[in-house]
Ligand binder design. Structure first.
Ligand code: FAD
Length: 290
């Protein structure tokens, strides 16, 4: 099944994003949680690629394991950080051999302490170049690219960022997956702007069910996603773990319901290898678009 075709039915296609665990125990927990998440009928899973290629092998271990356990398509994320074109191509060969059907094609972040991304000699400067590489040499792989409802932190303005997103689409991306956000209006504005710019591939919102206030603040700062005052106030008014978990999950559930009502093509969930919050958030929801 092609990546874009998951988004062609009236059902809101969901996908779950995982990251490579550091230990065998972490991998065991991941497999257990993936089995539980599968009960919610995801279309596919994805696994992130660590900064500077640090998880190269483990990302593909997760791809293989999740495919074996679920029988579903699995995407490997891939960044340009620290790799030459030849190294990226080698990874893509290995990813295909180990069962990845889709690639989330990314530039990656600048190294810690630097606010500028530098391509290595013989490497790529922007994600659109990685999309071109995949399209030219790995035609069978589906391609997702990243989009930023609240504008990428390095972009001078929303218009420039959108022009750059369009380059990735024109280079051959199949879908756009958005950075996480807490206010759906930010996503709707972004989606409208994409459509106005002539982007006609599915634009999939990314949602992270936060489970405690400190985590919400940390992730929001890292991803430059604003936390609405209502969520910040509700979460910070009580230190109790269960209370904060319930407030965070309820917010993500309300975002989900609203996105479905507003004809989201699908929803990509950043589940951080866990299943409890996702299960509570999705329990009993009709995942059909209006
Ligand atoms: P690009 O699309 O290349 O954009 C980077 C910046 O350059 C933007 O400001 C853009 O406006 C500008 N730009 C783009 N193209 C051009 C051009 N041709 N000329 C001039 N300017 C241009 N990081 C990881 O390390 N591992 C992961 O697995 C990972 N997964 C992610 C998944 C999703 C869905 C998202 C939203 C992000 C993910 N990230 C991941 C984070 C991502 O690597 C960072 O946000 C990174 O800073 C930008 O990557 P990009 O692919 O969006 O870059």
């Amino acid at each position: 099944m092609t990546l874009a075709s998951h988004y062609s039915s009236s059902r809101c296609a969901i996908s779950f994003e995982l990251f490579p665990p550091k230990t065998p125990a972490g991998m065991q927990a991941l497999v257990k949680n993936v089995k539980r998440l599968t009960e919610f009928g995801p279309s596919y899973f994805t696994c992130t690629y660590g900064a500077g290629g640090s998880t190269r092998g483990t990302t593909l271990d997760v791809v293989e394991q999740v495919k074996r356990v679920t029988g579903l398509p699995v995407a490997s994320h891939l960044t340009c950080v620290g790799s030459t074109v030849d190294q990226l191509a080698d990874y893509l060969v290995e990813a295909s051999q180990r069962g990845a059907e889709y690639i989330v094609a990314l530039r990656g972040d600048p190294p810690k302490g630097s606010d500028r991304f530098e391509a290595v000699e013989g490497g790529l400067r922007y994600a659109n170049e990685l999309v071109e590489l995949i399209r030219q040499r790995f035609a069978g792989l589906g391609i997702a690219v990243a989009g930023y409802p609240e504008v990428h932190q390095e972009a001078p303005d929303a218009k420039t960022d959108l022009d750059n997103l369009k380059r990735k689409v024109d280079a051959g991306a199949d879908i756009v997956v958005s950075q996480l956000f807490y206010n759906n209006d930010d996503f709707y504005r972004f989606r409208d702007a994409c459509v106005a710019a002539g982007i006609s591939i599915p634009i999939v919102p990314g949602i992270l069910p936060v489970t405690n206030y400190k985590q919400a603040e940390r992730i929001a700062a890292m991803c430059k996603a604003a936390i609405p005052a209502s969520l910040a106030n509700a979460m910070s008014e009580n230190d109790d773990e269960d209370y904060q978990f319930n407030v965070g999950v309820e917010h993500a559930r309300a975002q989900t319901v609203d996105l479905i009502e507003n004809n989201a093509a699908g929803i990509h969930y950043y589940v951080l290898n866990k299943s409890e919050a996702a299960a509570k958030m999705l329990d009993g929801l009709e995942l059909a678009t209006g």
